[in-house]
Design a protein. Sequence first.
Length: 159
Amino acid sequence: MTQPGQQRIIVGVDGSAAALAALQWAAAEARLRGAELHVVYAWEPVTYRAPYAVPRDWPTDEQERRQALDDLAAVVHAAFGSQAPAGVTQELAVGAAERVLIERSLGAGLLVLGAVAPQSPGQPAGPVIRACMRSARCPLVIISSAVGSLRADAPVAAF
């Protein structure tokens, strides 16, 4: 729980290498700032399935939710090992990732997202990053999956 006056850093994860790089960067930044780190995995149940798809192959909503929880646990474990440090909270949020992250950015000190490639002017970004660039309610930092480890020369874009 955030203490009065304590900053909160939100990091959106999705199980990708880019999300892991973003989580590692955000964790280091949270330590530097003495901030709480809130890890968010947005999950949206599939509401439409193609009528020609074989129904027996469809996962149930519960199976999809469990897979999302497993993905969240895997990225947190990859970043921190068997136990996340104090001040790290996790959330499996139901909804579109861009909507969830924009909502969570309200009142946060920083929103951190991972990108497959370094972001630069004129380079297309994914839909979640584009939406957060337009509407986030706090500063946004985008970490490239090329970071790999927390190097001083790691590609970072801040907006």
